[in-house]
Ligand binder design. Sequence first.
Ligand code: C5P
Length: 221
Amino acid sequence: VPAAGSGDRLGPGDPKALRPLGGRSLLFHAVARLRAAQSVGPIVVAVPAGSQDRVAAELAGLAVTAVAGGATRQESVLAALRALPSEVDVVLVHDAARPLAPVSLINAITAAVLAGAPAVVPGLPVHDTVKRVGPTGLVLETPPRETLRAIQTPQGFQRSVLERAHVLAGQPGGAGVTDDAGLVELLGEPVLVIPGAVNAFKITRPEDLAGESSVSAEPAV
Ligand code: C5P
């Protein structure tokens, strides 16, 4: 669980993963849902440097290992990956910034990896027309909308594939990749998209937390 981002786009305050949602942190909600998923074993969280004690208190009872995150999301994922027990051979990577991803989605991603896919991601159809735009503002391309998906987490991987993919993160072309599946694509391995969930949305801007106090603090499914 990469949870070491600053959350600058949310405005001044705590690191994003520790901002409140219904009386608990975003991180608590995200980890509680992972813990409630019968397909999930050990959980490693990459946390902001200096926040380890706070995170340990916040996640007490959820049986997680906390490691210091890095300067980028890729570095945070790699730090968590290195702390996983050796017997783990399927890995889910899940943003702390997606606190409400349903347990059913977590289990569906795991099941698809266990069924043989090297990499599996949740995706939703997009409702806006999406254009690729050049630096001067001119449109380069409009991909057919029915071929596009907005990709979420948790993303699931065979551990060996994810480890090989993260070697590419430090190489040319790897630095700009914004999700783990993108690194697997650079490897040339297939990435399967399965239906995502509206509730797996990412908290990014202040308006994403509008009405946050009406969310239940229960680690419900
Ligand atoms: O920046 P963004 O909102 O896309 O971050 C997605 C996830 O990556 C968040 O859960 C954030 O805490 C995490 N992250 C991290 N380490 C960083 C930057 C982001 O763990 N250096």
